[in-house]
Write a protein of this length. Structure first.
Length: 395
């Protein structure tokens, strides 16, 4: 009895075994006193070679074709067993054709290597086409998939479509696309266990459908909370005096969730160092919860400019906390530069007499009409100052 083993060279320099048993292999029949076990040995030996080669092939494919580091490739190869490159190549090609960069693809494969085993035409492509069909842009889809690659391995028929239909019953298609962008986990975990029970709670409390829709579309992170935590946040926001019928209620919920609450507590100390009392902080939070979860760096920059460089008191800023959310470079500095010129020319008496709200809150047209066009005859260069074309010292 003879057997021939032949090793074939693979694309990345690894050997794959194939076992060819000679036609003269002895067969045993019932009653054979000593049936040969050699064919079984052949089979076991082939499986041994294959089991050793597959992980090596997978690791090298992840490194050479997907840009995954060796360490991550070894880890990811435990979740995917590639026998040949054809299907994985097709998966990568479809992802590239849908606008994903090499970096984004690497991130997907590193965190969800099972994607490489998806059926390219039957599973992957229909899912991508569905996301595009509901109004998700190529860029947003690429970013979302890179951040939440689990979407690619979630069932379209059993999970994604039912969740979409549920959301569509509450939201416009545009807002459903927003949920995919800001709360993609809902499509992965489904809506029935986490989302629906919390919506029922808010409806029982009297929250309007408009606010519920806004919560789902723009603050889906609040729905990730465990039921007990969710109820605690809702109760806390109610006790602080927020109106269930206003968007600020939703903003406050978001500010008191998870990591945002940690930042919120830390920022209260930052404002305290600028002279705010607890009442000042609470007043500011009620008017604009966003001011409590902006970055500490942004708070320090805006407060330094408005208080130290412009001369407004910190308590004045507490009355108009929305200004802390505006861009320093694009809105605050250009508009305040105009005010500086008007103060220097005696056209405005005192900075404290200039309402922060009327200065920084209006759209550009309203600002120009009130602070530029009105004084253009006295200061012809005022528009150029606003546009950053002329320095203050040259006016």
């Amino acid at each position: 009895m003879a057997a021939l083993y032949k090793l074939k060279s693979l694309r990345f320099g690894y050997s794959q075994s194939s076992c060819i048993v000679a036609s003269t292999t002895q067969r045993f029949v019932s009653g054979d006193p000593q049936p040969s076990l050699f064919p079984l040995q052949n089979l076991l030996l082939c499986r041994h070679f294959t089991s050793e080669i597959q992980p090596k092939f997978s690791v090298n494919y992840l490194i050479n074709s997907c840009g995954v580091s060796q360490k991550n490739a070894i880890s990811a190869s435990k979740r995917v067993k590639l026998r040949s490159p054809e299907r994985a190549d097709a998966v990568l090609a479809i992802l590239r054709n849908h606008g994903l960069s090499e970096t984004q693809i690497t991130n997907i494969v590193r965190n969800r290597s099972e994607v490489l085993q998806l059926d390219p035409e039957e599973t992957l492509l229909p899912k991508l086409e569905f996301f595009r069909s509901i109004g998700v842009s190529r860029q947003d889809l690429a970013i979302t998939l890179s951040y939440m690659p689990q979407l690619l391995t979630t069932s379209l028929e059993n999970r994604i479509l039912p969740t979409y239909n549920f959301l569509r019953s509450l939201l416009s298609e545009k807002n459903v696309a927003s949920v995919l962008k800001h709360g993609s986990w809902i499509f992965v975990e489904g809506h029935s266990k986490k989302v629906e029970p919390k919506i029922r709670i808010l409806r029982e409390l009297g929250m309007s459908q408009f606010c519920i829709s806004r919560l789902i579309a723009y603050y889906p992170c609040t729905l990730m909370l465990k039921p007990k935590e969710f109820c605690q946040v809702v109760d806390e926001v109610k006790k602080m005096g927020f109106d269930l019928g206003k968007v600020t209620f939703l903003m406050a919920m978001r500010a008191l969730c998870g990591k945002s609450k940690v930042r919120c507590n830390r920022n209260q100390e930052v404002y305290k160092n600028w002279g705010w009392s607890e009442d000042d902080a609470l007043t500011a939070f009620r008017k604009n919860p966003q001011c409590m979860i902006t970055s500490e760096e942004k708070i320090m920059q805006v407060m330094d400019f408005l208080v130290n460089k412009m001369g407004w008191s910190s308590t004045t800023i507490a009355k108009y906390p929305i200004v802390l959310c505006y861009s320093l470079e694009k809105r605050i500095i250009p508009r305040c530069s105009v005010v500086k010129v008007l103060l220097a020319k005696g056209l405005l008496k005192d900075v404290e007499n200039v309402s922060l709200c009327s200065l920084l809150s209006p759209a550009e047209k309203g600002f120009l009409e009130r602070f530029v066009a009105r004084y253009i005859d006295e200061v012809p260069q005022l528009l150029s100052v606003y546009q950053g074309k002329v320095e203050l010292k040259d006016v």
